[in-house]
Design a protein. Structure first.
Length: 341
């Protein structure tokens, strides 16, 4: 049974919460698609949008599809899906999410079908729906350390490549920070290359830029101070123009950090209500500091909440040739292959 899409409902709930906090409601329709829906993408695999607690028993069983362990391969691509694209019960050997299934196919086409194993990190990516973004990210990072440790121990000869989209890119930024502190499950020399798309931490030192966004932009959560650390020179960071997750404004950055604790789960109201209030106060401070920024500040909380709940068209177009120079996915494949061969 195909999971029911929750995106329009999430958008409505986010709008109601923001109105209660005094922020304007997000627009119902998003650029490039119908209300609450992003356009279909090449090589995209539909994500499971229901959180694990709402899955039926049959779906839980199907999520761990059985099958033989594919074993070790010369190259292992570890893909970290974005918000709403995976959960704890997904089979890591079954492709899901945007961009990374196509990227895995690119690597296999170039290196050989049996030369590349691709795994997708299972973690509770249902941020906003049942928990705050910050908690979802932290649990994803812990799951990534476990998975990489298991892969490195089981397949000591495999070369590891990492890819992350959206929240998955943020998790990989956290992994780089842990590497720099000596707290990662694997050493830096086990990681051949990294590719991230729609990275909310864009602007970290040590990455090669790709995509149609202007150089020098900053992600909505701000770059990690230590940059990519030990992975510097091995990271491609792709951002497309109009993707507010990786190409943000000061007003958006002022409210986004506050909203990462917010959730639509009533049980988390003690965390969510202060977060919504903090976002409103941050927008007010930005407007007070620069009155000309009032229109941008007034709409920032609503834009970030709408993005977290539904995604945006510009945030999903990394498999399209937008500027005549090839897609960001193609650039990522070339970048990874140059370091894996």
């Amino acid at each position: 049974m195909r999971p029911v899409r929750l995106r329009p409902r999430l958008l409505a709930c986010a709008a109601a919460a923001l109105l209660a906090a005094g922020a304007p409601a997000p627009a119902a329709a998003l650029p490039g698609g119908a209300a609450g829906e992003a356009p279909a993408q090449p090589a995209q695999v539909d994500p499971p949008l229901l959180p694990p607690v709402l899955w039926s028993d049959s779906e839980r069983i199907a999520g761990r599809g059985g099958g033989a362990d594919p074993g070790c391969a010369p190259v292992t691509l570890v893909a970290v899906p974005g918000t709403g694209e995976t959960n704890e019960v997904r089979d890591p050997d079954v492709a899901h999410g945007r961009i990374t299934p196509g990227l895995a196919a690119d690597l296999r086409a170039a290196l050989g079908e049996r030369a590349v194993r691709a795994v997708w990190l299972p973690y509770p990516s249902d941020a906003v729906a049942t928990m705050g973004y910050a908690e979802s990210r932290a649990r994803g990072l812990a799951a990534l350390h476990r998975l990489l440790g298991e892969l490195a121990a089981a397949c000591p000869g495999t070369r590891l490549a990492l890819a992350g989209y959206s929240q998955g890119a943020d998790i990989l930024a956290g992994f780089a920070a842990d590497l720099g502190r000596g707290a990662a499950a694997v050493p830096a020399d086990r990681i051949a290359a990294v590719a991230v798309f729609g990275n909310p931490r864009r602007g970290m030192a040590g990455a090669q830029a790709a995509g149609t966004a202007e150089p020098g932009g900053v992600g909505v959560l701000g770059p990690a101070p230590a940059g990519w650390g030990p992975l510097a020179g091995r990271v491609l960071d792709a951002c497309n123009a109009g993707d507010l997750w990786c190409e943000s404004t000061p007003a958006l950055r002022a409210v986004a950090g506050e909203l990462t604790a917010a959730s639509l789960n009533p049980a988390r109201a003690g965390e969510s209500l202060p977060a919504l209030g903090g976002a409103g106060r941050a927008a007010a401070r930005a407007a007070a500091a620069d009155p000309s920024a009032l229109p941008a500040a007034a709409g920032s909380a609503a834009r970030v909440a709408a993005f977290l709940a539904t995604g945006q068209a510009a945030h999903t177009r990394y498999e399209e040739d937008l500027d005549g120079a090839g897609s960001a996915r193609a650039a990522a494949a070339a970048f990874l292959l140059a370091r894996l061969r």
